[in-house]
Design a protein around this ligand. Structure first.
Ligand code: 5GP
Length: 117
C-alpha cells in the first residue's frame, strides 16, 4: 500500500520532499501545504493504510511515531511552547493520503479543532 501512495514515492526518493528526520522505522518531512509555521508529517515505513488498520501487534508502530514527533519537537525547541499531533482517519477524519501518518503542528498558537461547518 505504501508503494501506491505519494508517501511511498517520497520514502523511495522518487519525488522530492524536505526530509527532517529518517531512521529505520520512520521518515519525517515537511507538509507541502503547511497549516501552521511548523507542519511535519511522520510516516512509518510499515505499510498501513489508516489508523483503523493497526493491529494490536503493531502498537509499537504508533509508539514509534508519537515518540519520533516528540523527539523532533524537543530537538527543534518546540516542546516547551507546545505543539499538536494529529492522525486523520478516513474521509470524515480528513484523511487524503492512505498511508498512516501523524501530523505535527507548531510554531504559533493553534486554534481549536472540530468540524469544517
Ligand atoms: P491527510 O489529509 O491524509 O491527513 O494528510 C496528508 C497530508 O499530506 C496533507 O496535509 C497534504 O498537504 C500532504 N501532502 C500531500 N501530498 C504531498 C506531497 O507530495 N509532499 C508533501 N510533502 N506533502 C504532501
Amino acid at each position: 500500500m505504501q508503494d501506491e501512495t505519494i508517501f511511498g514515492k517520497i520514502i523511495r526518493r522518487e519525488i522530492p520532499a524536505d526530509i527532517v528526520h529518517e531512521d529505520e522505522h520512520v521518515i519525517a518531512f515537511r507538509d507541502i501545504a503547511p497549516q501552521a509555521p511548523v507542519h511535519v508529517l511522520f510516516v512509518p515505513k510499515t505499510t498501513i493504510a489508516t489508523l483503523n488498520d493497526v493491529t494490536p501487534d503493531q502498537s509499537d508502530v504508533l509508539g514509534t511515531l508519537v515518540l519520533a514527533a516528540a523527539h523532533y519537537a524537543r530537538r527543534e525547541g518546540l516542546a516547551e511552547d507546545g505543539y499538536r499531533v494529529v492522525i486523520n482517519c478516513n474521509q470524515a477524519g480528513g484523511q487524503t493520503v492512505f498511508q498512516l501518518h501523524l501530523h505535527l503542528l507548531a510554531g504559533a498558537p493553534l486554534g481549536r479543532f472540530g468540524t469544517s461547518r
